[in-house]
Design a protein. Structure first.
Length: 77
């Protein structure tokens, strides 16, 4: 059972690109908590990126930046 928990923890570290650090975990409870924190970190990072992209998309739909972009294209030709 210990090998399965250790391999699951290794896969979470690899998938979330955290990698092995200087701190070695001692038991399965620590590995479980760290795995949950790694997955939560990936989810929060993804949500932050999606929010920023959504804001940028809304700015583009308002036309403010589209008009400036088209004006720059005309000037550059």
């Amino acid at each position: 059972m210990h090998e399965y928990n250790l391999s699951l923890y290794w896969s979470f570290q690899t998938i979330t690109t955290v990698g092995y650090g200087d701190i070695a975990l001692e038991n399965n409870k620590e590995r479980l908590i760290c795995s949950a924190v790694m997955v939560a970190g990936v989810i929060l990072f993804t949500m932050a990126n999606a929010t920023i992209i959504s804001i940028a998309e809304d700015l583009d739909e308002s036309g403010d930046y589209k008009e400036k972009y088209e004006a720059l294209l005309i000037v550059s030709k």
